[in-house]
Design a protein. Structure first.
Length: 500
């Protein structure tokens, strides 16, 4: 006999936590408000005053809503189990995007709810797909908010909350941490979840500060440097220029961004250990070697293709484009130094494969993750071996450790569902009039949180050209991809709501 489980889900604590999160979001919104005021008072940009008011309204509404939810809702217990962790994580990203789109609407930068929600979800999920076609003439406050949404979403909304609200360390924090942090298994840097969250965010902030300073030595001013930095370390890809990094066309800036994209596509546990002087951890990690090998292999393929087809005039540009766009695709950043569409469908298809594989788990990169690819390939090799030796006992070993069979099964299920969602969304987009390759590329871009477009959504087009239903669908796909599917999809299952 089964009954609905909803009476055992602690909805009051979920709503109260959302209230706290909204107040935190209001605090983040006050930063671009200050940016707009700076440009109005000190740079004389009159239009920024209107944007400042838009952020003021947004901060007020978000703060008031969060305050009411935390003061009026009194849960009988602060206990939070796995179900509450999944539900809170998924709902939080919807709430953050719903309130985060208010500055776009109030400022008039985007006048359509579907477009505004798409832009905000694209930011928080670090996808980088945009409906804003004239970025050059968009207000500074709005551009800063776009970059900031990516920076917040890169390390994770819930992980930030665990760092600033340590009470959750023993009130369901592990469930929340596991629900949002991408990976096959979740290695915590410290014994307590809140300590791990602080360590992750500390590393994240340090990388941000270093890159921002480095970029200021190039052609970018402080505003462009900070915005490009937040998009880089979050592997998001929003730029402050319509043509992206091509606006500066500067080798120094491109190389610095390329290096940090690669670093932020690396498991932060390795970066944390390396920061303590243990540089050998990189070479002890088989997964990192696969990640590095994947980057080099795809880059070489693109270099050879560009050489044989005569794309670009010189070898430095070919090498830079190939490595930069490969790393950008693998890490799901979405920056580009050259129009990959001009290089033909072959290079675009190779980049789409790189987007599928993605970076390492435990990083800010999107995609299916190279760790899962390693597990799948090693398990496939074992299956071939068992076909010849049926009685053989084999195991999948990664970094010298055997991967439990239940984890292997979960990886296979993840990859199967990943492909099914990718194809299903592409089919729906093709029904809306997109050519099939454009639809596949856009679906992959959303699911892998990359932001690249192609054809109708590419250089000569925009995601703004999609019907509203297409934008809502891709927004959902972005969230599913960022939370690595199970966190969102498990909520849609009957077993989540029904109990024996």
């Amino acid at each position: 006999m089964k009954r609905f489980y909803t009476q055992n889900i602690n909805f009051p604590i979920i709503l109260r936590m959302i209230g706290w999160l909204l107040m935190i979001e209001a605090g983040f919104m006050s930063i671009p408000l200050c940016v707009s005021l700076y440009y109005y008072f000190f740079e004389g940009v009159a239009s920024e005053l209107h944007v400042a008011w838009a952020f003021g309204y947004s901060v007020g509404i978000t703060l008031a809503t969060g305050f009411l939810m935390t003061t009026l809702i009194h849960p009988s217990t602060l206990s939070m189990q796995r179900r509450e962790g999944f539900l809170l994580t998924a709902v939080t990203w919807v709430f953050f995007s719903a309130f985060g789109m208010l500055p776009f609407l109030f400022s008039g930068s985007i006048d359509n709810v579907a477009d505004a929600f798409f832009e905000t979800m694209s930011g928080f999920t670090t996808t980088g797909a945009t409906v804003i076609r004239d970025v050059d003439h968009t207000a500074k406050g709005i551009l800063f908010w776009r970059a900031l949404t990516q920076w917040i979403g890169g390390m994770g909304i819930i992980v930030f909350t665990l760092a600033v609200l340590p009470m959750l360390n023993y009130k369901g924090g592990i469930a929340l941490f596991n629900a949002e942090v991408p990976g096959i298994t979740h290695e915590r840097l410290r014994p307590r979840v809140s300590q791990s969250a602080k360590s992750l965010w500390g590393m994240y902030i340090i990388l941000t500060a270093i890159l921002a300073v480095l970029l200021m030595f190039g052609p970018m001013d402080w505003f462009d440097s900070v915005c490009q930095t937040m998009s880089t370390v979050s592997t998001g890809g929003f730029s402050t220029k319509t043509i992206g990094l091509g606006y500066w066309h500067n080798y120094y800036s491109d190389v610095m961004i390329m290096i940090f994209m690669f670093l932020c596509g690396t498991n932060f546990t390795l970066l944390f250990q390396a920061s303590g002087g243990k540089l050998g951890v990189f070479w002890k990690s088989n997964t990192f070697k696969w990640y590095l090998g994947e980057t080099v292999l795809v880059s070489v393929i693109i270099i050879l293709r560009m050489w044989t087809e005569g794309f670009l005039d010189n070898w430095p540009d070919r090498i830079l484009f190939s490595f930069f766009d490969t790393i950008s695709g693998i890490t799901s950043t979405g920056f580009s130094t050259y129009s990959y569409e001009k290089s033909g469908e072959f290079i675009s298809f190779v980049l789409m494969i790189a987007m599928f594989f993605g970076g390492m788990t435990g990083s800010t990169a999107g995609g299916a993750k190279i760790d899962r690819m390693v597990v799948m390939l090693k398990n496939t090799r074992n299956e071939f071996y068992r076909a010849l030796h049926p009685n053989a006992v084999t195991s999948v070993r990664v970094d010298g450790r055997a991967v439990p069979h239940d984890i292997v099964a979960k990886v296979i299920a993840f990859l199967c569902i990943y492909v099914l969602i990718l194809v299903a969304v592409a089919l729906v987009l093709s029904m809306m009039g997109l050519p099939i390759f454009d639809a596949l590329f856009s679906s992959m871009s959303a699911l892998s949180n990359v932001g690249f477009g192609y054809g109708l959504t590419g250089d000569t087009g925009s995601f703004a050209l999609l019907p509203d239903f297409g934008k809502w669908l891709l927004s959902l796909e972005m969230m599913v991809g960022r939370l690595e599917m199970f966190t969102v999809l498990v909520i849609l299952t009957r077993d989540f709501w029904v109990k024996d």
